[in-house]
Every structure is written in structure tokens, then in C-alpha cells.
Design a protein around this ligand. Structure first.
Ligand code: NI
Length: 193
């Protein structure tokens, strides 16, 4: 039964079908959806993540949460929630190592735009816009990709993908007959997206 306290939702791991779906736009922000968003944000912080997409907790909807710097700033929270996000501008490029809550223990360099401007709706349906560079821009791009069924390993070289084959097969092996994969062990996360 729901008691209005946010819950930690199980993170879907590589191999889970939902991670490859193109998420649906949100048509209406209902109280139930707002509770889900509170759970999504809570789950991001509780797993020490710096970003989380709704698809990563098994809900194929265009919603992302990002807080790129909270654990470098003594836990000071500055949560960005975007519903139906759209990029308006990109600038520059950079390559940096990324990790993903859905791909435990895998870290690879990924090319991204260095700076972005993005807009969408917040959890109460207001139109919001954010711009920024560095890890904030990277996190937004990584989470947005999740909404299109794209994982950061898709953006690495063929050779890297070959080298990751065994790790990926291991992660995938816990997927059940319904295409759901919540993994087999509790992972230790630190700053994944
Ligand atoms: Ni991710």
C-alpha cells in the first residue's frame, strides 16, 4: 500500500527490454505521475546517481531527473526534473568517461556536446528551460538518450563493444522470461547516470 513516502524503485539492468523502448510522451501530469516522479528522484539519490530516466525504473515515459553535483557539494540537492524534454541548442564537444546505473561496473569515454540548452515541463506542469555545460550537459544528454532506447555503450567504438561483450552477456543473463532484468546483486554505485 502507498503511504506517500517516496520509494526506491528497482533499477532495470542491461538486457531489460524497457531500456530499448522509445518512451512515450507524457500526456497528463496526474497525482499518480507526481508520486512516480518523487519515487524516481528518491531512487536517483538513494543509488548515488546523478541522473535517472523513467525507463531505467521500468516506466516507458519521457521523464528524466538530473542532479549533477549533489554529492560533490556535501549533499546539497538541486534536482532538475524534465517531462517531455527537448534540446533547443548544442554547442562544442567533449569526451569523458561515463557510467550508467543500468550498466553496473562499465565505464567508457563518450563523445557529447559540451554545452546544451533544454526545455520541458517540471513536475507541476510549468514550462522550464535549463542551460549549462560540463557534467550537467553530459547528464542531460545521457538521460535523454535513455528515452530513445539508447545506452552510452552504443556510442563507443566497435572495438570497445567487443571488449565489453563478456560483461554485457553477464549482465544480460539475469533477464527473466518477461524481459525484465533487475540484476542479481546489489551494486555499489557512485555518480552514475
Ligand atoms: Ni544511464
Amino acid at each position: 500500500m502507498k503511504n506517500n513516502l517516496p520509494e526506491i524503485l528497482p533499477i532495470r539492468i542491461y538486457g531489460d527490454r524497457v531500456l530499448r523502448h522509445i518512451a512515450e510522451p507524457v500526456a497528463e501530469i496526474t497525482p499518480e505521475l507526481q508520486e512516480f516522479i518523487a519515487d524516481l528522484v528518491h531512487t536517483m539519490y538513494e543509488t548515488d546517481g546523478v541522473g535517472l530516466a523513467a525507463t531505467q525504473v521500468g516506466r516507458s515515459l519521457r521523464i528524466i531527473a538530473v542532479d549533477a553535483f549533489w554529492f560533490k557539494e556535501n549533499g546539497k540537492k538541486d534536482t532538475v526534473v524534465l517531462i517531455n524534454p527537448e534540446f533547443i541548442e548544442f554547442d562544442g564537444s567533449s569526451e569523458l568517461e561515463e557510467g550508467c546505473l543500468s550498466l553496473p561496473d562499465i565505464y567508457e569515454k563518450v563523445p557529447r556536446a559540451e554545452w546544451v540548452k533544454i526545455r520541458g515541463l517540471n513536475e507541476i506542469g510549468e514550462q522550464v528551460e535549463y542551460e549549462g555545460g560540463g557534467l550537467f550537459a553530459r547528464a542531460l544528454q545521457h538521460e535523454y538518450d535513455h528515452l530513445d532506447g539508447v545506452l552510452f555503450i552504443d556510442k563507443t567504438s566497435k572495438l570497445k563493444k567487443m571488449m565489453l561483450k563478456k560483461k554485457l552477456n553477464d549482465l544480460q543473463s539475469t533477464t527473466d522470461e518477461n524481459g525484465v532484468n533487475i540484476g542479481k546483486q546489489k551494486h555499489h554505485y557512485h555518480g552514475e547516470l
